[in-house]
Design a protein around this ligand. Sequence first.
Ligand SMILES: *Cc1c(COP(=O)(O)O)cnc(C)c1O
Length: 222
Amino acid sequence: MSIADNIAAFEAKLAGTGARLVVVTKTHPVERLREAYAAGARIFGENRVQEMAAKQLELPADVEWHQIGQLQTNKVKYLAPFVHTVESVDSLRLLLELDKQAAKHSRVINGLLQFHIAQEDTKTGLTLAEAEEFLQSAEYQALRHVRLIGVMGIATHSPNEALVRGEFRQLRQIFEHLKNTYFAGHDDFKEISMGMSADYEWALAEGSTLIRVGSAIFGSRG
Ligand SMILES: *Cc1c(COP(=O)(O)O)cnc(C)c1O
């Protein structure tokens, strides 16, 4: 199966679900991204800042670039001119820096709050209490150049369907709680980014709106 065939197969699976495909392009050379673009992909996910910045220069301007890996505040300036969504927002400090750098370019950067839902402690993310603490702060409420549009999470890497679906369900409940409590009436707070190559079907069943797929499209990363 070619990259184009794989993307078409995903688009067919997503038709009618309301969910969209983030093509995870990390580690792959620009030629493969061009193939994905030619096949209709418009949302690309990368986890390294320098790599995304270099690739962005070589692809058409209508690509939506999503940062999906942990982002250090000192690297925000390299993404600020072009990044569409930072899916890995894990602190107020990062939001403040995104706001500051986006303002310099007269832009608004979208953010997803990344929550820790997996059993492994290596997977980063916020607890609900941490997120609520900063959502209530005056510092957060003063931001004008970042817009939170939803949540993101990475489930435990496991073949145990009940476990993984339970984690996705927990993320959806966090989303619903935040939506009702802090974002009622904010139509753009609507994204639940969950599901990767191994578990996207379970994520879709639990209400994912963005699946992040790399290896099922490009093959395994070398
Ligand atoms: C690499 C990565 C993906 C894609 O993983 P695949 O298993 O290749 O689909 C999705 N989300 C995040 C956060 C990643 O780092």
